[in-house]
Design a binder for this molecule. Structure first.
Ligand SMILES: Nc1nc(=O)c2c([nH]1)NC[C@@H]1CN(c3ccc(C(=O)N[C@@H](CCC(=O)O)C(=O)O)cc3)CN21
Ligand SMILES: CC(C)C(=O)C(=O)O
Ligand SMILES: [Mg+2]
Length: 265
């Protein structure tokens, strides 16, 4: 089976078919999402919160992202795999940023990288694309800037902010980004920005005007019992189901109901 390329993503966009994306952090969940024919797997730096137990994405290292990205590539066959570049791995010299981006392509074998930011990263995006690295942009709420902004704030609430987001999107498009994630932008503003751009805009919390949707796997599976953002929908309550399984297992072990004869050699 041939893995999706960025041109398969563009084909969906041109057909008007929505692009379905989910985050994945390990080979098992990548395999499951891939077999459900999700178009694109994002190895989000949200892995810092969902799998490493950090409070934000800021402590996530390049090595964390490289290792999890490689696992997602190994677990999947068809989906385009995009790796998030983590906090401050693309803000030094462009030389250093390009070297870090190359590691994702050469060591993790992902198909593309994603970086947060608009106009201010457009020159870097251009250099990456010129070097042969497909780049996904990310505008709107930027989790890596949470400490600078003083929290996770919905974007596009004012005319001025909408104009800035539009400038950011246009700059990324001109720089050669193959798609852009637009996170937590008011849906009316989001729709106008999507209309003004002609590359796929993948929304999260930004409404149906976008060309696709991305969600954190743990949120849609209900894996985290303590955090459900408004933009997510729990398709399963896995936390509840897994708790039941663990409880039963523990009770069985303590009462000698498990293992049974079929389970020993
Ligand atoms: N599990 C998980 N899901 C995510 O979607 C996600 C992460 N982690 N980690 C990285 C970022 C952080 N994200 C967040 C975090 C909090 C809000 C939040 O508190 N939203 C408020 C609205 C805030 C406002 O109105 O300005 C809410 O009520 O849900 C939104 C996105 C999205 N990303
Ligand atoms: C939510 C998506 C867009 C992301 O950047 C992440 O999971 O890190
Ligand atoms: Mg991210």
């Amino acid at each position: 089976m041939m893995r999706n390329t960025v041109s398969d993503i563009w084909k969906l966009y041109k057909k008007g078919e929505k692009i379905a994306c989910v985050t994945a952090y390990d080979s098992t969940s990548a395999l499951l999402a891939d077999r459900a024919a999700v178009d694109l797997l994002l190895v989000g730096d949200s892995l810092g919160m969902t799998v490493l137990g950090h409070d934000t994405t800021i402590p996530v290292s390049i090595d964390d992202c490289l290792r999890h990205s490689a696992a997602v590539v190994r677990g999947s066959e068809k989906a385009l795999v995009v790796a998030d570049m983590p906090f401050m791995s693309y803000h030094g010299s462009s030389h250093e940023a390009l070297k870090n981006a190359s590691r994702f392509m050469q060591e993790s074998l992902v198909s593309a990288v994603k970086i947060e930011g608009g106009e201010e990263v457009a020159d870097l995006v251009k250099k990456m694309v010129q070097g042969g690295i497909p780049v996904m942009g990310h505008i709107g709420l930027l989790p890596q800037a949470v400490l600078v902004k003083g929290g996770y704030k919905v974007r596009g609430r004012t005319e001025e902010d909408e104009q800035q987001l539009l400038k950011d999107g246009l700059a990324l498009q001109a720089a050669g980004a193959f798609a852009i994630v637009m996170e937590c932008v008011k849906s009316d503003a989001a729709k106008r920005i999507v209309t003004a751009l002609d590359i796929p805009i993948i929304g999260i919390g930004s409404g149906l005007g976008c060309d696709g949707e991305v969600q954190v796997m743990h949120d849609i599976l209900g894996l985290n019992p303590d955090f459900i953002p408004r933009h997510a929908k729990k398709y399963l309550d896995l936390a509840e189901q897994i708790n039941g399984a663990f409880t039963q297992y523990k009770d069985d072990v303590k009462s000698d109901r498990f293992p049974t004869q079929e389970n020993w050699y």
